[in-house]
Design a protein around this ligand. Structure first.
Ligand code: GDP
Ligand code: MG
Length: 303
């Protein structure tokens, strides 16, 4: 066994839209976390595994954003995120390049002041600002908290991301591999497929249907000849009027969502896919404990 091999858990926090999923995708080089211009598409903890045969293995947890809960689903997401902070070896906090620390960031700072885990501040989206401004952003944040490291980078362009990996290893303990080298994520395929459909729906729909949709996979089965996978999925929304919008005129919107999702699922599964989509209304599902569990967001599931 390689004595200098390190391994540990890292959690990624930050407000919606700061680029958490983009950074994960960049580091792992494969689309497993879902990115969207609309916030909060990542609801489950996605474990992503980064393995370097020489240096070690980093298990990333892509947590839901830490924010004030507005309903039961929100509460659930906040709990998962907060608990994780104390259980990991390193916390990565992603922020945007700005000199203004808003209420959302203050909220996160309060949480961080209560944990002992080393925190690496990542100032993302540096491609959007002038180089000479970056020092002032670093300064703004340094005044607020004693960060283990501060790393400016661009997840989108892949600038400085390698340095981040090395700095993470600096804070990990020596230890064995937790996962096979070729493991990238432990998220079951079904869940990834559901998230992909949800992502395509959010992209296609207007702001009228913000986050009140969920996707369930009823069936996912490979045909006997192995050439086609049949997938039956249901988009669940909160109101009849939303259902109308999701289905669209003559079923146009649903067709568009289905076509876009099928294209990506085929790439992901490397197979032809026959995707059937349905739309169902379940009122106030976000406030229902039963439905939250039914959709697979469970608090007691641990790694
Ligand atoms: P999340 O909600 O934190 O997971 O954020 P996403 O990864 O979904 O990213 C939100 C938006 O920010 C997307 O449109 C990304 O393309 C964009 N984005 C992420 N990283 C960067 C970056 O380094 N530079 C720029 N310009 N945009 C970025
Ligand atoms: Mg995300």
């Amino acid at each position: 066994m390689n004595q200098s091999f390190k391994s540990g858990f890292v959690t990624l926090i930050g407000r919606p839209n700061v680029g958490k999923s983009t950074l994960m995708n960049r580091l792992i080089g494969q689309k497993i976390a879902i990115t969207s211009k609309k916030p909060q598409t990542t609801r489950n903890r996605i474990q992503t595994v980064y393995t370097d045969e020489e240096k070690g293995q980093i298990v990333f947890l892509d947590t839901p954003g830490i924010h004030k809960a507005k309903n039961k689903l929100g509460e659930y997401m906040v709990n998962v995120a907060e608990r994780t902070l104390n259980e990991v070896d390193v916390v990565l906090w992603l922020v945007e390049p700005t000199n203004y620390i808003g209420a959302g960031e203050q909220h996160i700072l309060e949480k961080l002041r209560r944990v002992k885990t080393p925190v690496i501040l990542v100032i993302n989206k540096t491609d959007m600002v002038k180089k000479e401004e970056i020092l002032s952003y670093i300064d703004t944040y340094r005044k607020e908290y004693d960060f283990a490291e501060i790393v400016p980078l661009s997840a989108l362009r892949g600038q400085n991301t390698e340095i981040l990996v090395d700095l993470i290893f600096k804070y990990l303990p020596y230890g064995p591999m937790f996962y096979d080298e070729d493991t990238i994520t432990d998220q079951p395929e079904r869940q990834i497929v559901a998230e992909l459909i949800r992502e395509k729906a959010l992209h296609a729909l207007s702001e009228e249907i913000p986050h009140g949709i969920a996707v369930t996979i009823e069936r996912m089965k490979e045909r006997e000849n192995g050439k086609l996978i049949d997938i039956d999925a249901t988009i669940i929304c909160e109101r009849d009027s939303h259902k109308g919008i999701i289905v669209g005129k003559g079923g146009n919107m649903l067709k568009k969502i289905g076509t876009n999702a099928r294209y990506e699922i085929e790439r992901l599964l490397d197979s032809k896919v026959n995707l059937k989509l349905w739309v169902k209304v379940k009122k106030d599902w976000r406030d229902s404990d039963f439905l939250i569990k039914n959709f697979g967001y469970r608090e007691d599931e641990d790694y």
